[in-house]
Structures are given as structure tokens and as C-alpha cells.
Ligand binder design. Structure first.
Ligand code: FES
Length: 155
């Protein structure tokens, strides 16, 4: 399998390149383009990213595996990222995890039907802990009851 940016994506990348100080700074936007289109970053895309950013495929791999918002395998329809860091932990993320395990049969790094659970570090919204990100949307001030309603609405 090979990977190529589409014509529209290349035009957008060209536009973006005017706003960034160096090709290397385009790394995250390029990875977002791929992740949004394919729901993951296939290793076949590393060369295309490395060529544009003037980096190596190893550097691309390093960035992809550093950030939890990028995945090497396709994600489920609903990718639930539960923050496990201090503020969320103190404000109830363990109760949210218990709900996901017991009610939705979801374990960390596993998929169940349309849902997939990943435990992540701080999502940058500590003041509204506990938080969960589902795909690109952040849900704040959660309780198990609120999270259950959100997930049942997806079903
Ligand atoms: S600790 Fe959860 S968002 Fe910061």
C-alpha cells in the first residue's frame, strides 16, 4: 500500500507552508491531515511526510508515537480518550473508568464495537476535570451518569 496526499491536500499544504518558519514545522499539520482522512497514520505515509518536512521517517515515527492523538492503527468510530492525570484522577476519572469497564465492557487500549478506550495524559483542561475526549470533542465536568448518557446517545 502506498500513500499520497490528494491534490486538494497538497494545495492546502502549500498554503500552510507560507505560515510556518520551516518545513519541519509542518509536521503536526501534515499528520493531522492524514489522521483525519484515514483515522490513523499508516507507516506508508511516513515518507511523504518526511519528504515535505525535510526530516527522516524515523523522526516522523517519533512524533506519531509521542502524541496520543495520532494512531498507527485505524481507530474505532468513537475513540474515547480518558485523562488519567492528577486533576482528573482526583476529580473522578477512576469512577469514569469503572463505568466504561462495567457498563460498556471497555478496557484501556481495547475496542468494543464502535468504541475504543485509551488512557491519556493531561488533555489541557484540568480546571474542568474530569474530562474525556471523544474523537475531536472534549467533554468536561463529567460524572459517570453524564458519560453514560453521552455514550448511550452515540449507540
Ligand atoms: S489532568 Fe485531566 S485535563 Fe489536565
Amino acid at each position: 500500500m502506498s500513500f499520497e496526499f490528494t491534490k486538494e491536500e497538497l494545495e492546502y499544504i502549500e498554503e500552510l507552508s507560507q505560515r510556518y518558519p520551516s518545513p519541519k514545522a509542518l509536521m503536526l499539520p501534515l499528520l493531522w491531515i492524514i489522521q483525519n482522512r484515514l483515522k490513523h497514520i499508516p507507516t506508508e505515509a511516513f515518507k511523504a511526510v518526511a519528504d515535505i518536512t525535510k526530516t527522516s521517517e524515523a523522526q516522523v515515527y517519533g512524533v506519531v508515537t509521542f502524541y496520543t492523538m495520532f494512531t498507527l492503527k485505524p481507530t474505532a468510530k468513537y475513540h474515547i480518550q480518558l485523562c488519567k492525570t492528577l486533576s482528573c484522577n482526583l476529580c473522578g476519572s477512576k469512577e469514569l473508568l469503572n463505568l466504561l469497564k462495567e457498563r460498556f465492557n471497555l478496557l484501556p487500549n481495547q475496542q468494543n464495537g464502535d468504541f475504543q478506550l485509551t488512557l491519556v495524559e493531561c488533555l489541557g483542561s484540568c480546571g474542568t476535570a474530569p474530562v474525556v475526549q471523544i474523537n475531536n470533542r472534549l467533554y468536561e465536568n463529567l460524572t459517570p451518569a453524564k458519560l453514560q448518557k453521552i455514550l448511550e446517545d452515540f449507540s
